[in-house]
Ligand binder design. Sequence first.
Ligand SMILES: NC(=O)c1ccc[n+]([C@@H]2O[C@H](COP(=O)([O-])OP(=O)(O)OC[C@H]3O[C@@H](n4cnc5c(N)ncnc54)[C@H](OP(=O)(O)O)[C@@H]3O)[C@@H](O)[C@H]2O)c1
Ligand SMILES: [Zn+2]
Length: 435
Amino acid sequence: MSKDPKDMSREELKHMEYKRVPEVPLGTVPPLGVLPDKMHAWVIREDRFGEPLQSFQEEIMDLPEIGVNEALVLVMAAGVNYNGVWAGRGKPVSVTRMTGKDFHIAGSDASGIVWKVGKNVKHWRPGDEVVLHCNQSCDTFCGQCAGYDPMMCQGQKIWGYETPYGSFAQFTKVQAQQLLHKPKQLSWEEAGSYGLTYFTVFRLLVDRAELKPGEKVLVWGAAGGLGVFAVQLIKKMGAECVGVVNSDEKGELIMKLGAKGFINRKDFPNLAWKDNSTPEEAKARMQDWKAFGKEFQAKMGINRGPDVVVEHVGKVTFPLSVWILRKFGRVVICGATSGYDLNFDVRHLWMHQKKIIGSHFCNGEQAARANELVLSGEIKPVMTKRFTWEEIPTAHDLMARNLHFGKFSCLVSAPAFDLQNTDEARNTKKAEKAA
Ligand SMILES: NC(=O)c1ccc[n+]([C@@H]2O[C@H](COP(=O)([O-])OP(=O)(O)OC[C@H]3O[C@@H](n4cnc5c(N)ncnc54)[C@H](OP(=O)(O)O)[C@@H]3O)[C@@H](O)[C@H]2O)c1
Ligand SMILES: [Zn+2]
């Protein structure tokens, strides 16, 4: 009989033989070395593109094969992101057309256990407990990857959005460079919840906006997935923020996370940009912008606009984001939930020498640096709701309708909530019902 994986050296683990089985039951962690032919997955297909309850359907799929620089990961829990909603809609781009496959498994966040590694993988072995960052690059040591920033690589892709095997399945395949250490103090579901939005905000604030101590920041959607990490990181960097939210309950949350103040955007009903406004509408909007600007200053305790605005709402907020900045201020944008064809008065940009900076996810080095602050407990995931495997479409539906805040994540192979490691997961029976 071959050696028990528990007694194998790390080198032996890399080369272990796998026993093929047809399937492993959902919500269980099989022994290391067991490899199913098939896996459960939530699958999006072109003929059902639409809102999440329609686009996400459960199917049995073949297990993906891995390449020499890749790892197969048993997904323990998977985090929900807005890109799952975009993927399901097939808009603004069709995910299946992007990947050339007739299926798409969404999911760009996960915690899990490394199950198998390709022959060139040096640092990781089956059994390692991990979280994933979602940036993939060309894997051929191109000049940009090797010499500058993998985010500049022509082959750069977001795993689980621009690649077909994301985290809403029992197994996922990733590039080994995407693996990061799982913070031991977090449950599987907490660990699977934070990567995409936190790492995005990390690059955006640290490397793109180059935020400095003492600077004042306005954060849109401050209780959302990006927002809860922006608020924590801004404080950690010695700067201050006022966050925008749509309820006082969310405002209280961001105050606990370290915001200096919050603005409830419901107090400004004419704030949003609308193309082709009537002169009356434009006048009402400008009045709201001025009042909003005053409220920012009052909450921040200064008499000028922000140095930096964190943007991801797009169409309806971007013109105000440019307008409200102080002279020489920067707006850093990484998304456009409300629409991407932006319209703004460019005179405010040049006359006051403001900057618009684009930012997109992050590279592996930034993700590792950001993850260290979670490993040490200095940045914390903000989980507001936890879901079971069966509830994965419902979780996306709540996000699509903006009926959520913070982050949430869903069990996959973890049998129950609040389990923190492989042994606890192996020793726990799958819960019959969600907690
Ligand atoms: N490029 C990247 O790497 C990257 C990474 C992560 C996310 N993104 C994109 O960034 C966007 C936000 O992601 P997220 O995870 O933070 O989503 P989220 O959890 O849904 O949070 C977004 C927040 O935006 C606010 N919002 C939504 N519609 C708004 C409107 N019409 N006016 C003002 N505020 C509005 C909401 O806050 P209130 O209703 O409380 O104001 C909401 O909490 C998405 O479009 C996502 O695809 C891009
Ligand atoms: Zn490259």
